[in-house]
Design a protein around this ligand. Sequence first.
Ligand SMILES: *[C@@H]1O[C@H](CO)[C@@H](O)[C@H](O)[C@H]1NC(C)=O
Ligand SMILES: *[C@@H]1O[C@H](CO)[C@@H](O)[C@H](O)[C@H]1NC(C)=O
Length: 516
Amino acid sequence: MSLIRHALLIFSILKLCSAYNILVFFSIPVKSHTILGEGYVKHLLDAGHNVTFITPIECNLQHPRLRQIDISENLNLYPLYLFNAQSIMAKELDLSDFPGSINFQIGFTQATLLMKPIQNLINDENEKFDTVVVEWMYNELGSGLAAVFDCPLIWSSSMSPHTFVLSLLGEFINPAYTFHLHTTERLYSFAERVRQLWKSMHTRYYIWSMTDHHEKIYQNIFGPAILKRGRKPPSYDEVRYNASLMLGNGNVVSSDSFPLPKNYKDIGGYHIIDVDKPLPENLKQIMDKAANGVIYLSFGSVLRVSSMSENYRNSILDVLKNTNRTVIWIADVNLPNLPENVHMMKWAPQLSILAHPNCILFITHAGLLSLTEAIYFGVPVIGVPFFADQFYNIDKAAEAGFGRKCVLDGISTENLKIAIEDVLENPRYLERAKQLSDTYHHRLASPGKELVYWIEHVIRTNGAPHLRSNSLKVEWYKIYYLDLLAVIVLVFILIILVLKRILSLLNKNEIKSKIN
Ligand SMILES: *[C@@H]1O[C@H](CO)[C@@H](O)[C@H](O)[C@H]1NC(C)=O
Ligand SMILES: *[C@@H]1O[C@H](CO)[C@@H](O)[C@H](O)[C@H]1NC(C)=O
């Protein structure tokens, strides 16, 4: 007896200390998304685990405990050409439609999951994982991986916490003081609160109305692989609402404050690794010499400067020339006749530029990674938002006081000129950026440490059931007290019926007494 007990004890200790097998699935063939995936890979490898990384952009890392599964063919399915800067600025293209985003991403994720490398993986019965990390991108199809490997599901969300990812954990946030992911203004007026409520209800209804359709897609992708492993495939809802944990990309500065479920953890900034990398020599010289400071301009990897009209690019160059500062502009084109103070390049180590003490302003598309990096290094920002959560991000930065929003219309660059003058002449932006950087860094553990800690916690505790919201055990009509509402309405109707009856009896009596 005691021998068995000892053996069990040793076994459980071994389990606690051993390296885990972790599957990380990031499907979007866009640099900023794979950077987030690589963050998981690097931290988990450093912690001694085995990582299988399904990615469309191979990570530049050789490691005996890393296996990469190449799905780069899905690049052909992703309409990057759609992100035309000129049409977005001219509002000819609307990328803010939520149902549209869902429909596109469902089709894209379905095609990706049906690709050979992934089908081979899920149909190989020798493959075993202790947990899977899946990036949420407007759909939950990837959650089927957890059902195949019969292991805990961990969501990764690339944005600040919002109602649609939180609803997967069983929590709903009040739209009166939280904003829809695609909000372009932060207002608490009557009209805006009603609009937020409507948008959030409509999107939730839309997601619900598509359930049957998405269920079929999910069963088609994963059903056979689960059957092959001798289990009956659970339903889509059983799987997508069964996450143990969600790791989000928000942080205390960029995200609004409201109650979050216990199994939601913001670890924004975990992708910021190797901050001490020196600048390449040419850049170092440019930045060291810039006594008036350096303006760093980058619209991210999706939005191509080459898709802006030539006139407009020249107009931006004019504004930059007149700032009288050294400018580093990251773009996919080389423009002729650059002013002396402007340096254009296809790529540069963004972290090392922001880390340089002479960097005084970051003009960005307000993607959350760039904003978090600005906060990390305490650099003020001007956000030029184009789509998705970029409006939300820069509005929040402006509210926090370390940035300013600048919407471009593709015709005039006056807004940009005014914004640059304001941020450069007003020291409060820089002061606030430094102060908020300190707020960001004042924490118990680095985001990378938290990432590893929570993933290990989920595996050690068999899916961390103690962190899940109670609301998942209760039917939706009970959560909204619709049964109470039904009782109140019934009682109300009963009272009216009884009153009517009494009145009619009284009337009859009156008539009778009159007759008598
Ligand atoms: C839900 O997750 C838990 C913990 O990982 C797991 O034990 C359970 O089988 C999952 N349920 C379904 C229906 O996938
Ligand atoms: C530009 O910078 C130079 C050198 O620092 C300075 O003398 C000049 O006044 C500046 N011009 C403007 C318009 O700010």
